[in-house]
Design a protein around this ligand. Structure first.
Ligand code: NAP
Length: 259
């Protein structure tokens, strides 16, 4: 099997990657260009990096967290030996995670980007006015700091801080959540999160998209002459390696209620 690392830039993660590499070298081939498995050493943020680096390759992802247990990572540093043994000796299952497909329609054409967590249109310094169309029907005119559209995987990230719902991963849904929406008798939008399935497309239109700035997972983009942004659950998914069954509910409890 061919594998590659994506490693967070800290001493613990780098040392851990070296130890794993030494343990795997008798069994597998290190191949940064065309890996079958991408091992992420760091945190959930490192997995986001790995996915953006390798999402166009036919590979699967697995993560070891060098801090606490994350939402994309099944192993902690204290389980390093188990991790190495599982990778060398054990059969694994694959688990598909949904991606968002984000189409940026500009005057001169369009560009398509993908997100594992979410798209964020979030301008703290200036009110944004955004018309929200769902399957080409005007749903609302939003005014406020911005909007976030997240996948089930991203529901525990920025979406949760905005008061959005946590969604069990693996279900092809997307969630539209407001960032500080203005609600009074002149301006009114839904206020709560809206969860949609894969048959729906959200189209966002705003005069302020002339110079649109957006966050996609850990990345930031600036586009000029944007006419609209269309978001849907993509047919394209990313595969995660599962050696052991980890309870998602336990993870949520550990991360947010009681570690
Ligand atoms: P970052 O510093 O890499 O990440 C911010 C925190 O979010 C880190 O603790 C990271 O975990 C955690 N995280 C990332 N994906 C997560 C997920 N799916 N579920 C739960 N926690 C998750 O920040 P960044 O590079 O700017 O953005 C990366 C992601 O962080 C974004 O996609 C967004 O979801 C999240 N974020 C959240 C907030 C917020 O809640 N206010 C603000 C900015 C970004 P690790 O420590 O394990 O890497």
């Amino acid at each position: 099997m061919k594998y590659a690392f994506v490693t967070r830039d800290d001493e613990t993660s780098k040392k851990t990657a070296l130890k794993i590499q030494q343990s795997l070298e008798k069994y597998f081939v290190y191949d940064e260009i065309d890996p079958e498995i991408v091992i992420s050493i760091g945190g959930d943020g490192t997995i986001l990096n790995a996915v953006h680096q390798y999402m166009d390759k036919d590979c699967a992802f697995i993560g070891l967290h060098t801090g606490t247990l994350g939402f994309f990572t099944d192993y902690q540093l204290s389980e390093l030996d188990d991790f190495i043994q599982d990778v060398i000796h054990n059969e694994y299952k694959l688990f598909d995670r949904n991606l968002l497909e984000v189409k940026i329609n500009q005057k001169e054409g369009f560009e398509t980007l993908y997100a594992l967590n979410e798209l964020r249109l979030d301008q703290g310094l200036r009110t944004q006015t955004i018309s929200v169309y769902i399957n080409n029907v005007l749903f609302e005119i939003f005014r406020g700091n911005g909007l976030c559209i997240s996948t089930p995987s991203g529901s525990t990230g920025y979406n949760k801080s905005l008061g959005g719902a946590i969604i069990y991963p693996g279900i092809p849904l997307m969630q539209l959540t407001e960032v500080a929406g203005i609600h009074h008798n002149a301006y009114r939008s839904l206020g709560s999160s809206l969860i949609l399935d894969e048959s729906q497309t959200i189209r966002l239109v705003s005069e302020q998209f002339q110079h649109a700035s957006m966050g996609l997972d850990h990345l930031h983009y600036q586009f000029d002459d944007v006419e609209s942004i269309e978001v849907r659950i993509s047919q394209k998914t990313v595969k995660f390696v599962e050696y052991k069954q980890m309870s998602f509910i336990q993870r949520v409890r550990r991360a947010f209620i009681n570690s």
